[in-house]
Design a protein around this ligand. Structure first.
Ligand code: ADP
Ligand code: ZN
Ligand code: ZN
Length: 752
């Protein structure tokens, strides 16, 4: 047994769990044995007495070789400690499901992929048997199809000088020869051919052409030099470069340098949708040295990538979303966090509620690797760290080939509506711009941060609104399925034929989702080819790729989407971007709402712009006078940062404080309130005025569970390690006193 191996341990009569060996103890017996055992057993820790009643036997060691490296275990421990969860939570997130073993049956999930192959039987296989083969072939004269199949086999197998030089799969043999299984079976039963099973890799990506790196422009070269300079004194460098400044090209050159130095690189992206475009860019440069890792891959594929990373020949470059920080690395030298400001880097549910950017920085530290955070709109946390000298900072203020930033035109939809000049969700300016672009053979992107048809259905007579039975939210109408859906628990409901409160027949839809925009646009510009990219249209990996490739190839004129269309994608022919409605982003009750709104709008605006003409962005809003709208229009990130940071300093929000939210969930609202009040009183002793709440979050019940939130705002002077100890201690004490029984408690550290 070794640290990092999986073992199977029984719990109770029928349950079996897979566990990971994290340490191996050798217990000294009462007689003070003479150390004989030490020769055989690794002695790593000698912590206190072992409670024998809690011991379980290991009934099987699943891995002769460890599948988890010591550095990974150390990272898991760090995550559990920092994010206030268990190491088991981290293990569940980290290990591909194929490494877990089903309870009860002990069946392993992971099966190597095999294929059936065909070969000559031993009697005909070697050069000395060539004559025998020839006569066997002649004997088949009266079964011409069988003879043909045998000859085809020899052809595909590149039979020469009595030897077969190529493996032939049964599938290919039958498909390419056009002959049938019956013919093959005849040859098998005559003992001429035989079939066998062979293991094959699912990672079929060798043989790409590689080595194609663009030459960096002088500005990009300077920038690369500055990054290296920053790395002399800092482990982490923030690259603040406007959209399309060529950040990605710089990343590729840095990865190339890392590989040449014999190191591995990890390239983190915020969204699976982005990986396929990036994969092809990376493959052009690094070919089969790139491995891609994310949850849309099958479990088997993920297990194989994991194992490849443990092998002597791991991928040099891993491209992945947040879970790729859990992969085994042996010689990591560089971590790139692309679009570092994206909140999808933070896992919301379930635990571990980790931030992959921050975990990546810890991962890099384990290897003394360098980190580059890249974005056009830095998170305030990272920008603050860069401005205060904790990170290096490099700025790239110009687009590649000096292409102009798009012009942003702000449209007052409130006024246009008063004047009846809106066509549904579209201002005349936006419609005109789209028509012009399409007329020139260019494309448009429309951004609306809500999926579905309409976020609200309402009875015009009495104001009744359909709500989820299990959550405290109103339901979103989806026209395609003609259903009302809850975006929190996923429940779907039929449309009521009339208002259940007053009987009114004509219920109306309020608000704007991507589906409704698509429908309106179809009737406004019937000749346009329109596609939509949101959670509903991209459930499968192939759907993402189809939508993106259709748009890239120009088979689609207009792409409508949620924030999925805002991120880092590079399209050459988009000259117009429409932000349908900025107000929903601005009105969200959160201290980050303006930071987020700016990021979203600046990012989606960045999709516009061509080499030959300045791009155009039409920003529709009712709140034209809110400062952030002007800041977006002027690309005034600094202005946004200054004004928002003043507020954060005054109201004690991050990065000036650290936040930890404590959530309690329970079916019984009264019990929940009592528990929350008790928790609050216990917290107020160590934390004093740093504790706030309890309050119900904006959605106070999800899936039948009521939710309360207690907020800790820790001043920098408060030692965070101590805070964590208090929190764990208090929750453990309350659990054992049954004050929290039946109540689910969890922490969200650095919530987003
Ligand atoms: P960013 O990552 O900053 O948004 P990209 O790296 O995607 O920018 O660059 C934007 C566009 O400019 C891409 O189409 C890219 O291929 C092109 N580009 C950037 N730098 C170069 C370069 N040095 N040589 C050739 N093309 C470049
Ligand atoms: Zn009604
Ligand atoms: Zn619900």
């Amino acid at each position: 047994m070794q640290t990092g191996s999986r073992v199977v341990v029984p719990f109770g009569a029928k349950r079996h769990y897979t566990g990971i060996v994290t340490a191996i103890y050798s217990e000294q017996t009462a007689q003070q044995d003479n150390g004989e055992g030490d020769a055989h057993e690794e002695k790593q820790k000698n912590g206190g007495k072992v409670d024998r009643a809690k011991l379980r036997e290991v009934i099987e060691v699943s891995d002769p070789e460890p599948i988890i490296l010591p550095s990974q275990l150390a990272l898991w421990q760090w995550i559990a400690e920092y994010y206030l969860c268990t190491e088991g939570d981290v293990m569940k997130a980290a290990l591909p499901a194929g490494f877990k073993i089903e309870s009860d049956t002990l069946r392993q999930h992971y099966r190597p992929r095999t294929e059936l192959r065909i070969r000559l039987t031993e009697a005909y296989r070697s050069p000395s048997n060539e004559a025998a083969l020839t006569s066997a072939c002649d004997d088949l004269k009266r079964a011409p199809k069988q003879q043909e199949l045998l000859l085809k086999y020899l052809q595909y197998a590149e039979y020469a000088d009595g030897l077969c030089n190529t493996e032939v799969t049964r599938h290919n043999l039958l498909e390419q020869s056009g002959l049938t299984l019956a013919h093959l079976h005849a040859l098998l039963s005559k003992g001429i051919l035989e079939q066998y099973e062979a293991e094959v890799s699912r990672l079929g990506n060798a043989g790409h052409q590689a080595g194609m790196l663009s030459e960096l422009s002088p500005i990009q070269q300077t920038c690369r030099g500055q990054i290296h300079d920053a790395w002399l004194t800092h482990d982490v460098c923030l690259l603040h470069g406007v959209t399309s400044s060529g950040k990605t090209e710089i990343y590729i050159h840095l990865i190339d340098e890392a590989i040449r130095a014999g190191k591995q690189a990890l390239y983190l992206m915020p969204e699976i949708a982005l990986t396929s475009q990036m994969e092809s860019r990376l493959r052009r440069a690094f070919g089969g040295r790139v491995g891609v890792y994310h949850s849309k891959f099958s479990d088997e594929e993920r297990v194989e990538i994991w194992q490849k990373q443990l092998s002597a020949e791991p991928y040099d470059v891993i491209l992945g979303v947040r879970s790729s920080v859990f992969l085994p690395f042996s010689r990591l030298g560089l971590v790139i966090v692309d679009e570092e400001h994206e909140n999808t880097y933070k896992q919301q549910d379930p635990a571990p509620r980790y931030h992959a950017r921050n975990v990546a920085i810890v991962l890099a530290r384990q290897f003394s690797a360098k980190v580059l955070l890249g974005t056009a709109t830095p998170s305030f946390e990272s920008y603050y760290n860069a401005r205060t000298g904790k990170y290096g900072l490099v700025t790239l203020g110009e687009r590649w080939q000096s292409v102009q930033m798009p012009a942003i035109e702000v449209i007052d939809t409130a006024e246009l509506r008063r004047k009846h000049r809106m066509s549904g969700a579209f201002s005349p300016q936006l419609l005109g711009a789209i028509r012009d672009a399409l007329g020139r053979g260019e494309q448009a992107i429309l951004f609306q941060n809500r999926r579905g048809y309409a976020p609200l259905m309402e009875c015009p007579a009495c104001g009744w609104v359909p709500r989820c039975e299990r959550c405290d939210v109103s339901l979103t109408y989806h026209r395609r399925y003609n259903l009302l859906a809850c975006h929190y628990c996923g429940n779907a409901y039929h449309l009521p034929p009339s208002c259940p409160a007053c009987g009114e027949q004509r219920l109306r839809f309020i608000g704007l989702g991507t589906e409704r925009i698509e429908e309106e646009l179809h009737s406004l510009i019937p000749e346009a080819r329109i596609d939509r990219m949101d959670l509903d249209t991209t459930r499968s990996r192939s759907a993402y790729e189809r939508i993106l490739s259709d748009f890239t190839r120009g088979n689609t004129d207009i792409l409508i989407g949620t924030q999925m269309v805002s991120k880092g994608l590079d399209f050459a022919h988009v000259s117009v971007v429409g932000i349908m409605n900025a107000d929903t982003m601005l009105n969200y009750p959160d201290f980050r709402s303006h930071e987020r709104a700016y990021q979203l709008m600046a990012q989606v605006a960045g999709r516009s712009g061509r080499r030959d003409r300045q791009g155009l962005v039409i920003l529709q809003t009712r709140s034209t006078d809110i400062p952030v709208i002007g800041q977006v229009r002027r690309y005034d990130y600094e202005g946004l940062y200054r004004s928002q940071m003043d507020e954060r300093r005054a109201f004690r929000y991050p990065p000036f404080t650290r936040l930890i939210y404590i959530y309690l969930r329970c079916r019984d609202e009264q019990r929940l309130n009592e528990a929350a009040t008790r928790l609050l009183s216990r917290l107020s002793e160590p934390f004093g005025t740093c504790v706030l709440g309890p309050e119900a979050p904006p959605v106070g019940r999800i899936g039948g569970l009521f939710i309360r939130k207690v907020m800790l705002k820790l001043e920098p002077s408060f030692p965070t390690r101590k805070a964590r100890e208090f929190l764990r201690g208090i929750v453990a004490a309350m659990s054992s006193l049954s004050e929290l029984s039946g109540i689910n408690v969890y922490f969200d550290v650095d919530p987003m």
